[in-house]
Design a protein around this ligand. Structure first.
Ligand SMILES: *[C@@H]1O[C@H](CO)[C@@H](O)[C@H](O)[C@H]1NC(C)=O
Ligand SMILES: *[C@@H]1O[C@H](CO)[C@@H](O)[C@H](O)[C@H]1NC(C)=O
Ligand SMILES: *[C@@H]1O[C@H](CO)[C@@H](O)[C@H](O)[C@H]1NC(C)=O
Ligand SMILES: *[C@@H]1O[C@H](CO)[C@@H](O)[C@H](O)[C@H]1NC(C)=O
Ligand SMILES: *[C@@H]1O[C@H](CO)[C@@H](O)[C@H](O)[C@H]1NC(C)=O
Length: 502
């Protein structure tokens, strides 16, 4: 797979991007559009700088290994996490599909690295029963990390499957079925088998702190199995193990309780916003049962999470409901001081851009009793109703949502250092960048949010097949995941393969 069309990584960098990091470059541009444009270039370069073998910030990392951050102390993030890497590659793959052919080599190197990583025995287990796929992080030379850690984390295989399926579907559309079958399907099949076999066991959440069932993990798993089933079919394969998950309820009537675990937290967590953007399907309608970004529940959950950060961060003071603010992971967070995160604040914007896309596509915006509080924050005259895109109410409501979404970007702009570097966090007191520098996921989050802002969306994953109608159980958000006959998910036993051809 990797033999053909190899460029050196130096050639991968588009000319416009290679010299992007000038201190103060984006300050010369006025307004948000200029910032988003220049910071997008910086973000793409920031990602490539953190990928081996040639990333300028991560010397020593093996080919295709996505390092979480160049930071080696306080905190040491010089490892590769399956989750961060998969989310990052999904971004690169979508940009590749959108026309940036320079990214193909790094994508292929990532795929080769994943084939090796799947076979590395580690403290979570190995490939014989798949358990090793739940290992959250590895050394950057493709060996196991053997220190203590919150393991396993069961979202990684699902997110990797989603990234590889996007690339695989693109190759299929250009007639490369045999390449997909020999090089991509075996990795995806291992990941799908893992999800199917272990979804019902607890694990650590995406913040690596809570042992339990995480909404984000379940959402990512559901998506992977739905699109995995269709991907298998298009290859003439079957999705061994994509069988039914049992109901799990994360919705308490007004908010998502992000972890089903005994952890003494409110349950409000940007986990639910990240879940919404992970399950965004541009072909779906505003469906609660798949937690689409424009669904009433996802909008109310957005409000609950955002409001939970208004009073706790000094930099948010004076910004009442309906005004964009800096967002962290969850209000009780104390890690590195418990600050706002760039990727969290960007996700709050992204969900709203996704929703705007969906309303525009369907030509109407409905306000229900559930979503009314979200809309009333933006426009006190908002009322329950269904507004066609030709109405003035539709225009004013979508205008208000756009302004609100842009507000989250403006918060990021305000607290981005003049050289454009995005760390993990910015302080709650004065917004100074803090914790791991040049966080790969921060840059990936910037790119997805800016793409959605400009109306660029990824391919459908089939969420539309799973829409509630007959199968959803009202009031039981968890039931959506799990698993409608319409999602076409079948089969039972898990088989893991080692890809020794790599
Ligand atoms: C891989 O990296 C780890 C951590 O730096 C190191 O301890 C180990 O010796 C390396 N293994 C190989 C095979 O290079
Ligand atoms: C596993 O499934 C059972 C039976 O459906 C359910 O009661 C339980 O909550 C599930 N456990 C997890 C961790 O998902
Ligand atoms: C749902 O959870 C949120 C966050 O913990 C809480 O504020 C709210 O009161 C809960 N709602 C219900 C109906 O229990
Ligand atoms: C809103 O109206 C449109 C067009 O009349 C219709 O297609 C859509 O189903 C309605 N939505 C809701 C939630 O009632
Ligand atoms: C960018 O600026 C930040 C904050 O001043 C600094 O910590 C960081 O080292 C700079 N990054 C680069 C690549 O110069």
């Amino acid at each position: 797979m990797v033999g053909a069309n190899l460029l050196t990584l130096a050639l991968l960098v588009p000319a416009a991007v290679s010299s992007a990091i000038h201190p103060g470059a984006h300050r010369r541009q006025s307004g948000l559009d200029g910032f988003v444009k220049s910071e997008s270039s910086i973000s793409l370069q920031g990602i490539l700088n953190n990928i081996g073998p040639s990333g300028s910030a991560v010397s020593g990392a093996s080919a295709g290994v996505v390092v979480a951050s160049p930071s080696k102390t306080n905190p040491n993030y010089f490892y590769t996490w399956s989750r961060d890497a998969a989310l990052t590659l999904k971004v690169l793959i979508d940009q590749f599909i959108a026309g940036d052919s320079s990214l193909e080599t790094v994508i292929q190197q990532y795929i080769s690295a994943q084939a090796k990583l799947q076979a590395v025995s580690n403290p979570s287990g190995d490939l014989s029963n798949g358990a090793g796929l739940g290992e959250p992080k590895f050394e950057t030379n493709v060996t196991a990390f053997t220190g203590d850690w919150g393991r396993p984390q069961r979202d990684g295989p699902a997110l990797r499957a989603t990234a590889l399926i996007a690339y695989g579907n693109h190759l299929l559309s250009s007639g490369k079925q045999s390449v997909v079958k020999s090089n991509i399907w075996p990795i995806v099949q291992n990941d799908l088998n893992y999800v199917a076999q272990y979804w019902n066991q607890t694990g650590f959440d995406l913040w690596e702190e809570v042992q339990g069932s995480s909404f984000f993990t379940i959402a990512a798993q559901h998506r992977a199995l739905v699109e995995g089933s269709a991907f298998a079919k298009s290859l003439g394969e079957s999705c061994d193990g994509c069988d039914s998950q049992a109901p799990q309820d994360f919705w308490n009537g007004t908010a998502v309780i992000s972890n089903l675990a005994n952890n003494g937290r409110s349950g409000l967590d940007v986990n639910s916003i990240l879940s919404s953007i992970q399950t965004f399907d541009p072909s779906a309608t505003c469906d609660d049962s798949t937690f689409q970004p424009c669904s009433a529940r996802a909008l109310l959950a957005h409000k609950a999470v955002v409001d939970s950060f208004r009073s706790i961060y000094k930099i948010n003071s004076g910004k009442e409901a309906g005004k964009a603010v800096a967002i962290g992971r969850y209000p009780e967070d104390t890690y590195q001081g418990g600050n706002p995160w760039y990727l969290a604040t960007l996700a709050a914007a992204e969900q709203l851009y996704d929703a705007l896309y969906q309303w525009k596509k369907q030509g109407s915006l409905a306000i229900t009793q559930t979503s009314l509080p979200f809309f009333q924050d933006l426009d006190s005259t908002a009322r329950v109703g269904n507004y066609s895109s030709s109405s003035s109410t539709y225009s004013s409501l979508t205008g208000a949502v756009q302004t609100y979404a842009d507000g989250f970007f403006s918060v990021v702009q305000q607290y981005t250092p003049s050289n454009g570097s995005l760390a993990e966090q910015f302080t709650r007191d004065d917004g100074t960048a803090i914790s791991a520098r040049d966080l790969t996921w921060s840059y990936a989050a910037f790119l997805t949010a800016s793409d959605r802002r400009s109306g660029t969306v990824p391919a459908s994953w089939g969420g539309i097949w799973c829409q509630s109608s007959a199968d959803a159980v009202p009031g039981q958000l968890g039931h959506w995941f799990l698993f409608h006959s319409k999602c076409g998910i079948l089969v039972v036993s898990a088989v893991y393969e080692t890809l020794d051809k790599h």
